[in-house]
Ligand binder design. Sequence first.
Ligand code: MCA
Ligand code: AMP
Length: 486
Amino acid sequence: MDSTVLCEGEHVPSSELLAPLTGPDATDSGHAVTVAGRTLTRAELVDRAGALAQRLTGAGSVAVHATATLETVVAVTGALLAGVPVVPLPPDSGPAERTHLLRDSGAELVLVDDAAQAPQDIAAGAVPVIGLADLPHRPDGAWSPAHADPATTALIVYTSGTTGAPKGAVLSRRAVAAGLDALFDAWGWTAQDTLVHGLPLFHVHGLVLGVLGALRAGSPLVHTGRPTPEAYAAAGGTLYFGVPTVWARITAEPAAAGQLRTARLLVSGSAALPVPVFERLAALTGHRAVERYGMTETMITLATRADGERRPGWVGLPVRSVQTRLVHEGRDVAPDGQTPGELWVRGPTLFDGYHARPAATAEVLDADGWMHTGDIAVTGPDGWHRIVGRASTDLISSGGYRIGAGEVEDALLAHPGVREAAVIGTPHPDLGEQVTAFVVADGVEEGALVEFVAHRLSVHKRPRVVRLVTSLPRNAMGKVVKTRLR
Ligand code: MCA
Ligand code: AMP
């Protein structure tokens, strides 16, 4: 199926994920990508990505140590132009998490900014490393991008479930293209926009929407390195992405917020945008933010439109080509704006399944192609959706990151002094929720446990609060009753 790319305001049908970079109409439109103050023109990006692609041709998949740098943009672009699936590695993940991602994905190479500075476990690991700094800036002789089948894998993005280690969501080139094209449609996103954000480059939000979206739309990208209010204010873009924590921090700095008045559209996602933040942002910037909802497995499925109504607290309508249902105990619930049900989504933007985990895939993706999201929503008679919560208390939403309680519990239980551990999300004024651990332990202090987890998992998965307790509340079956921990 061909999808639609917006190129300099025109509609050009293309199933090639990054067609605007290399297609017949590609021109060097000046500053294509800036990350943390360093810039590549579109031609420079294509040259550097091409030099890398020549090295990667034929690889099964490559991992990218996805720092917020130009090198990550080159690495991901080069792999996609070579038709090679990309496995983003969170750069702050501990060795245990990284080892799991490399083993589970079977990545054949690891791409890093600079091989001399690679983390010890990567440098000394079994998987060969390529440093982007060591590569030529131009392809050697004639080179052209692979014509990859749209059904092949673009990315394997690791994401947390309620239990166990992260699973790799397999996203096809077709799903990524369809997901991006739906956003171009919803937000009127064209090559005339300059996209600004400072989100991490190892998740769908920052990497797929925030980098591949800009490359596919043909719009310049300014990645601010970190998503600070000052950096957003200085970037002078038209289209801004942020998670609610980022928008809340911007509203705390009215002078910076005021600089966003010249933008066209502010977009919030990855977690619920609190209504007071929406209202303050509107007062300070003149923009009623567009909110959208999605998940790694589905891309963005619900959104308010640039040319439509904004309703604080609501995430809008299904994007183009996506269908939704709300289901409770096997039945569709009434679209009355108040009866909650689990949100199911279906459409061309969905993942192909979890890498090498058919049973886990079958738990969430049914035979009719519906993804059971685990998020609880209501819909109004007009089809608008509001996300009201999650089916499981074991998925924590902190700063826009989805964190599986089970993974943090497993990390704590690996400590020899820990006998029992239960992890929940508790309210946090800046991050939405914070990771809070209740631990039964012998002879070990709270701080040492946080450090212990820090060596194993990504920074954002560390407990912010550890409470040492003598026992955990359990029901008659011996299962921990997490609601009583709150
Ligand atoms: C963090 N720190 C900690 C802990 N956690 N210290 C002790 N204990 C902890 N548990 C450190 C950090 O390393 C940092 O140190 C400092 O504390 C401040 O951290 P924090 O307050 O968390 O602020 P931040 O580092 O500025 O992060 C806030 C953030 C971040 C920028 C909002 O959470 C973020 O980037 N969120 C985006 C998540 C995202 O992109 N999600 C997309 C997935 P130091 O200052 O020394 O570094 S969802 C998705 O993709 C779907 C499709 C969707 O819907 O979008
Ligand atoms: P992840 O898989 O890390 O991409 O996280 C996806 C999860 O983020 C979803 O299942 C939702 O729980 C949450 N999420 C994303 N966008 C929103 C939103 N606008 N409102 C509420 N929750 C959201």
